[in-house]
Design a binder for this molecule. Structure first.
Ligand code: PEP
Ligand code: MN
Length: 334
C-alpha cells in the first residue's frame, strides 16, 4: 500500500504519521520525490484501516500495490534509483556504464593488463571472477582470495571500482573485503540465504537474472535484498533458456523497458553470457544502448583462445575498442 501525502506537508508531520502507522505492526518507507511524497507500507497492511489513514488530513490518496514486490516497485519510488560507487553513477539518465574484464581472474599480470586496456578504451568498472560457478566440478574454479587480491590491485591501479561474484554465504566476508560491487550470479538468483546475507550489507549488489526466471521472480529476488535494508541493487539481464539452442541463451531485451516500467532500479545487459559468442556481443550491445539499458557487462580477454573460462564469448582488445566506438555513436544518436 502506498500513501500519497499532500504537497507542502511538513516533513516532521509525515514522520509522525509514519510512526503512528508503524505502531499497528507494519513497516513504513518514506520516499520524498520531486513530484510526490509517499509513505510505503510493507507487511500485513490489513492491520491498518483506510479510514484510520484518511483521518490524517495530510493524506491525499491511498494506492494499492498489486505486485508482490513492493520496495523495488516503481509505485514506491517514482524516480530512477542511482547507485553511486566511487564516483561512477549507475542508473543516471542518459549514462551507459560499461563493466568489462575477463570471465575469470587467471593471474596478476593477466588482470592488470586487461584492466589497463579496458580503462584506456573507456570502461567504467572492472569485472573478474575469483569464485567461479562452473557446470563441471573439474573445470577451473577460480583463484579465490588470491584472485580477489589481484583484482583489487588492478582496480586500484586503474582507478576503476570492481565487481566480482559471491557464490556462498561462507565467502561473504572475504568478498566484501575486496569488492566494490558484489555480483550474485544467475545460478544463485534464488539462493534466498545468499540474497538475505548481501541484503544485510551496504555493498552495492549486481543481481543477474536466473536463466529460467520470470521478470516477477527476478524482481522478487531484488525485493529479498532490499527487504533486508540494502537499497543498492543493480539488475542484470544475461539471457534466459528458451527452446532456441543455436546460441548459449536467448537475450531478452524486452526486459529493459519492462523493468523501467515496473521498477526504479537500474538494469544492465550482459551480451557475453547471453550469446556465448564474441561476434554477437557488439551488435547486441548497440541494441541494448539503443533501448535505454543503464549499462553493459562485457567479457574481455588478452588471449581468448587460451582463456580458462568463456574464451569463445570474450572480446579481444581490438574488438572491445570497436564496441566502445560503436556504442558511443548510438549514445550520440539517442
Ligand atoms: C559471470 O558473470 O561470470 C557469470 C558466471 O555469469 P552468469 O551468472 O550470468 O552465468
Ligand atoms: Mn563468464
Amino acid at each position: 500500500m502506498v500513501i500519497v501525502i499532500k504537497s507542502n506537508t511538513d516533513i516532521k508531520r509525515i514522520e509522525e504519521i509514519a510512526k503512528d502507522i508503524e505502531k499497528k505492526g507494519v513497516k513504513t518507507k518514506l520516499t520524498i520525490g520531486e513530484n510526490k511524497t509517499i509513505i510505503g507500507l510493507i507487511g500485513d497492511t490489513k492491520r491498518v484501516s483506510k479510514d484510520y489513514i484518511m483521518s490524517n488530513l495530510e493524506v491525499e490518496d491511498i494506492l494499492k500495490v498489486e505486485s508482490p514486490y513492493k520496495l523495488v516497485s516503481r509505485m514506491m519510488k517514482e524516480e530512477d534509483s542511482i547507485i553511486e560507487i566511487k564516483g561512477v553513477r549507475i542508473g543516471a539518465k542518459d549514462q551507459v556504464i560499461v563493466m568489462a574484464g575477463p570471465c575469470s581472474v587467471e593471474s596478476r599480470e593477466q588482470i592488470i593488463d586487461i584492466a589497463k586496456e579496458v580503462k584506456k578504451q573507456g570502461a567504467n568498472i572492472l569485472r573478474g571472477g575469483a569464485f567461479k560457478p562452473r557446470t563441471s566440478p573439474y573445470s577451473f574454479q577460480g583463484l579465490k582470495e588470491e584472485g580477489l587480491k589481484y583484482l583489487k590491485e588492478a582496480s586500484n591501479l586503474t582507478n576503476m571500482p570492481m565487481v566480482t561474484e559471491l557464490m556462498s554465504v561462507d565467502d561473504l566476508e572475504v568478498v566484501s573485503k575486496y569488492a566494490d560491487i558484489i555480483q550474485i550470479g544467475a545460478r544463485n538468483m534464488q539462493n534466498f540465504a545468499l540474497l538475505k546475507a548481501v541484503g544485510k550489507t551496504n555493498k552495492p549488489v549486481l543481481l543477474k537474472r536466473g536463466m529460467s526466471a520470470t521478470i516477477e521472480e527476478f524482481l522478487m529476488a531484488a525485493e529479498y535484498i532490499m527487504s533486508q535494508g540494502n537499497e543498492n541493487v543493480i539488475l542484470c539481464e544475461r539471457g534466459i533458456r528458451t527452446f532456441e539452442t543455436y546460441l548459449r541463451n536467448t537475450l531478452d531485451l524486452a526486459v529493459v523497458p519492462a523493468i523501467k516500467e515496473l521498477s526504479h532500479l537500474p538494469i544492465i545487459i550482459d551480451p557475453s553470457h547471453a550469446t556465448g559468442r564474441w561476434n554477437m556481443v557488439e551488435p547486441l550491445s548497440k541494441a541494448a544502448v539503443a533501448i535505454g539499458a543503464d549499462g553493459l557487462m562485457i567479457e574481455v580477454h588478452n588471449d581468448p583462445k587460451n582463456a580458462l573460462s568463456d574464451g569463445a564469448q570474450s572480446l579481444k582488445y581490438k574488438n572491445f575498442s570497436n564496441l566502445m566506438k560503436s556504442i558511443n555513436k548510438i549514445k550520440e544518436i539517442i
